[in-house]
Design a protein around this ligand. Structure first.
Ligand SMILES: [Zn+2]
Length: 469
């Protein structure tokens, strides 16, 4: 009997002890989780106070689409998310036919496919823009919530300038680099929001494509003739390209930009002036693909030399290609390796994390003092890959070489991109703080550097734009 009692007491002690341990573990777990969420929230809060220098945007005004105002589906069609919707099976419509359909008809066309994109980063960042700027708190777009959201969008876009201004500041932007690839000769941009980027694709591609009878609207040759330049020889062509450099510098361009991986390989072999000149003299229709590429290769090297002469960093698209299909292999950042060796004085800024070659992109930044890494667009392509990439970047490359940009057509999407990027940065840095790999002070410095200070420094914004930041 006594033994039984002792045994019962013993069991009670064991039970109390066990429950005590569990409570302690739960308490410790809660404290760790609280610390974690507190660190993440603290870093995130800090990012909200930064006046962001956004190194890459393609902002369009509604009139550039021939529209007075925009609704939800217009924004969707201008957003990266539309590519996922097409990938899911939907058809792409131009803006004009889109305009003839009401919201129900548009839901009929796209709703089913929109549903399958709810897990993608294109979807996630698009939602975030509306959560930040609009009276929209849902996690996804539905047949039910789109009409009221669309009505708010129409109202905002009925006064685009006022809407853009308020959204731009609410999002936290101080400056956006504007790459007008669709109108690359336009030098008159609104300096209240934008810094000019000199987009050089046409200079390279049209060197091997002399005008035929039907000229493109923005062709280099047409623009040259408008300005009183005659292009008969290769020297004439280079002379006019140099004139374009000078004009862009006069209009305070802060960098040059190439997205040539959409049109050709990023491997630019060295070509002699004599060879390029000889090929330029041939009629463009008679050039083989190889010969056309040879002229382009010369131009690309020539442009790098000009970027050194005019002290303009060179932003280069690498990795994943937007749109409905292309040759991904062309965009591998490793194909640029020869240029980094040949031109140590040039400043190369690699874009998009080189996705999916993020480690190759990072290795280039580690190997070359003159190679900088821009996270632009990577969080929207894959949020989780951006987390891994930034962590690896911090392991391998000094953080005074990192930038961030949005790469979007509308302010809603740029805002969502920034929100997404802030989440990525806060997640990576807070985890490092929790593992004692980083102090909070260093984390704050990294945040300031990525979203603002590196751009001010590397693109010499105070000197180039003649104002303080
Ligand atoms: Zn872009």
């Amino acid at each position: 009997m006594r033994d039984m009692k002792t045994c019962r007491n013993f069991k009670t002690y064991v039970l109390i002890g066990f429950l005590g341990c569990i409570s302690l573990m739960v308490l410790q777990r809660c404290t760790i989780d609280d610390q974690k969420s507190t660190t993440y929230q603290k870093i995130l809060k800090f990012t909200d106070d930064i006046k962001v220098i956004n190194t890459h945007e393609h902002q369009h005004k509604p009139e550039e689409y021939g529209l007075d105002t925009l609704n939800f589906y217009h924004l969707l069609h201008g957003a990266y998310l539309m590519q996922d919707i097409i990938s899911a099976g939907a058809q792409r419509l131009d803006m004009e036919p889109l305009d003839t359909l009401d919201l129900n008809e548009q839901w009929e066309l796209f709703g089913e496919y929109l549903k399958y994109t709810r897990s993608t980063s294109y979807y996630g960042h698009f939602v975030k823009g509306f959560q930040k700027l609009y009276d929209f708190n849902d996690l996804s777009f539905t047949e039910k919530n789109i009409p009221s959201l669309s009505a708010q969008i129409i109202k905002n876009y009925s006064n685009y300038s006022a809407w853009f201004d308020s959204a731009y500041h609410k999002a936290g932007f101080e400056l956006m680099f504007l790459d007008q690839y669709w109108n690359s000769f336009n030098l008159n941009i609104d300096k209240n929001y934008y810094a000019l980027v000199f987009h050089i694709n046409q200079l390279v591609m049209q060197a091997s494509n002399h005008p035929s009878s039907s000229e493109e609207i923005h062709s280099v040759y047409e623009k040259a003739s408008e300005e009183g330049f005659t292009i008969n020889t290769f020297d004439d062509y280079l002379n006019y390209c140099d004139h374009l450099f000078q004009k862009n510098v006069e209009h305070k361009a802060v960098c040059i930009k190439s997205s040539l991986a959409y049109s050709r390989t990023l491997y630019y072999e060295e070509v002699s002036y004599e060879e390029a000149k000889k090929l330029f003299a041939k009629s463009s229709e008679n050039l083989s693909t190889k010969e056309a590429e040879t002229i382009q290769n010369y131009l690309f090297h020539w442009i790098i030399k000009k970027s050194i002469e005019y002290d303009l960093p060179f932003q280069i698209h690498t990795g994943y290609l937007a749109g409905d299909g292309n040759y991904l292999e062309n965009s591998n950042p490793l194909k640029l390796n020869n240029l980094f060796i040949k031109y140590p004085e040039a400043k190369f800024v690699l874009f998009h994390g080189g996705y999916p070659w993020t480690s190759e992109f990072i290795a280039m930044g580690k190997m070359f003092p003159n190679v900088y890494l821009d996270l632009v667009w990577l969080p929207q392509i894959s949020r989780e890959k951006a987390v891994i990439a930034l962590d690896e970047m911090l392991d391998c490359v000094p953080y005074n070489k990192f930038f961030w940009g949005g790469d979007c057509a509308f302010i809603e999407e740029s805002t969502g991109s920034l929100e997404f990027a802030k989440n990525v940065v806060a997640e990576v840095l807070s985890k490092r703080i929790e593992r004692d790999l980083l102090t909070e002070d260093v984390a704050y410095d990294i945040v300031k550097r990525i979203f603002r200070e590196n751009a001010i420094e590397v693109f010499k914004l105070e000197e180039n734009l003649g104002r303080e930041f």
